[in-house]
Structure formats: C-alpha cells, structure tokens
Design a protein. Structure first.
Length: 332
C-alpha cells in the first residue's frame, strides 16, 4: 500500500500572492530546516510525511552514478544533476556525455521536448529542429545513467527499469544518504524511477551532500563533495540563465535544486538546509520561501535575500506594471 502524502489539514501557509494590497492566492505546504549539526530548528506542516522529491532526487542519482565508477567533474557532474534549460551549452555537455559512452541521442529514453530557455527554443524552431530527448531538461541525468551502464557493462535498453542494476544502486545510495528506507517508488516525468521519502530525510541527504568532504575516507562522501563543488562553480549548468536555481547559486553561493510539483531543497555554506513542498504543486513561491527560511535561521543575510528577490520572478503584474508580489507568509 502506497503511503499518502500529507493533506490539507496538516499543511500550513507558506506564501501568499498579493495583488494591489489584496491577498489573491495562498500556497500551503510543509517544510523543515536543519541546523549545521543536523538538528531540526524549524518544522512546518508535516515534514515527516513522504513526498516524491521529483528532480530534487537528482543529486542522489548523480552521486550514485559517480559511485558506479563514472568520473564526473565540472559541468559534466552538474548536468548529471540538472533540470537544464536546453541552451546550446547544456546540450553540448549532454552530447559529450553520450560520446564518452559511445552512444547516440537515440539511446536516451527521456521524452522528446523543446528547450525550456526561450531563446534556445526559438533558435531550434528557426533552424528546423524538432522536439528531441536531448533538449529535455533531464537529458543530462539520462546520459550520465547510460554512461554508468556502459562502464559496468549493464543493459542499456532497460536502464530505467526499477529492477535494473543501476536503479538498484541509485536506490541504495539514496537510502544511505538520507538515512531512510524508500517507502514507495513511482515513475518520474522523464521515465526514471522516483523514490518517495519524508522531507526530513530529503533535507538530511542534501545536507550530507552540501557538507561532504573531498578528504572523506568514504567514497560516497568524496563523490558528494565533488558534485557540490561542481554545482557551486557552474550554476549555469544546473538550470539556466536567469532561472531560479542558477540565480540562487551564483548570487548567494547556496546549493539549490528544484523538483516538480512544488519541491525545493537548499543548503547554505554553513550546512543549514531546507527542504519543502508546496502542496498545490506550484514552484512559484518555493525559492523565496526556502531563502526566507534560511535567513530566519541565520544562514544567509536577510539583505542578501532581499537583493536577489527581484530576480526570482515574484512580481505580480497589472498591465505589465508590478502591483504586488509573491512573498513568504509562514509563521515560524
């Protein structure tokens, strides 16, 4: 029996959408904040209930690929954990990963799509391109998975099956990083398995990646440290120009990874970590809520959050002019 996600009765208000001084919409959900030592410093809603992390699972999948014998550094490592915008720079790295595996784009089993980046999409259409799996935001993860299969001589055609050796290894790595057994497995939008876990477990796993040492005696944490360093040095690769995760990484030096259906994780340089889910599935308030929680915990200056907020697409417009904003509204 699949466990149920937390319901509306357990959720708390996380953010509001304000137009002309009038609260037009409210976003409810759950969140948890871990202090630098891993202690829970704030719990909102029901963070002990399981959720599908969606693309916030990608850091665990990338660490697992590295643990399967694949050397990933720099942009290659970041594309393995990215929800990328499909710019030419992103696509070039994905194609490079496939080339390392001696595979073509036909090996990708993620859906065909257009680039998320508007300019890249317009250029692709103008050039006569079609929707393609390589443009899809998860293609870097899939290319890295295929490379792991080649390195280990695992079957390629079935690489997305939950019973595949790679997917079993990813599940084991996820459980090791989060300290929690997977309670359910589903199919993500890209076709890969997605594992349900509590927001608390998700935060713990991201914190372990965010604080891992390259000098650790354990390969799991050495790989996690390599991934974190790569992401912080290549914010463009995990998302795209002007997009939320890239802005937060580049402007604030915070490890950030969104997940579909309102999931967000962030880990500050001191190790303070947030994971949250907006119950209605919207991501529009997720970044500002996560940043506000980090600011409340003292992990980032409030002034720094206020300075970056205008770059997070939070303005509510009336005839093209800002008349309000999306803002965090939880009560700590």
């Amino acid at each position: 029996m699949t466990p149920e996600v937390f319901g509306t009765a357990e959720a708390v208000e996380l953010a509001v959408v304000e137009r002309s001084g009038f609260v037009e919409s409210r976003h409810a959900g759950s969140a948890v904040v871990l202090g630098p030592e891993g202690d829970v410093v704030l719990s909102l809603g029901a963070p002990e209930k399981p959720v599908f992390p969606r693309s916030s699972l990608k850091p665990f999948q990338a660490v697992a690929v590295m643990g399967a014998g694949v050397t990933l550094e720099g942009a290659n490592a970041v594309l393995a954990t990215a929800s990328h915008a499909g710019t030419p720079a992103h696509v070039s790295v994905v194609r490079g990963l496939l080339a390392q595996a001696q595979l073509t784009e036909d090996a990708l089993h993620c859906p065909a799509d257009w680039p998320l980046d508007g300019t890249a999409r317009e250029n692709a259409i103008r050039e006569g391109s079609q929707r393609s799996p390589v443009f899809m935001n998860c293609s870097g993860k899939h290319a890295a998975m295929l490379l792991a299969c080649q390195v280990n001589h695992w079957p390629l055609e079935s690489y997305l099956s939950p019973q595949h050796p790679l997917q079993q290894h990813i599940r084991d790595t996820t459980e090791r990083l989060t300290g929690e057994k997977v309670v359910a497995t589903g199919v993500d939008g890209c076709g890969a398995p997605v594992h349900a876990m509590s927001l608390l477990a998700l935060a713990r796993g991201i914190q372990r990646i965010g604080t891992a040492s390259e000098g650790s005696p354990f390969a799991l944490f050495r790989n996690a440290a390599v991934l974190r360093t790569a992401v912080l040095a290549n914010g463009w690769a995990i998302d795209g120009p002007g997009r939320a995760n890239t802005v937060v990484i580049d402007e604030l030096g915070i490890l950030a990874k969104l997940g579909a259906e309102g999931v967000m994780v962030m880990a500050a340089p001191d190790g303070t970590t947030v994971s949250l889910k907006v119950l209605d599935g919207s991501l529009r308030a997720a970044s500002i809520v996560a940043l506000s929680l980090l600011a409340d915990a003292g992990a980032v200056e409030r002034a720094a959050v206020d300075a970056v907020a205008p770059k997070l697409d939070l303005a509510v417009l009336g005839n093209g002019v800002p008349v309000g904003a999306i803002r965090a509204s939880y009560t700590a």
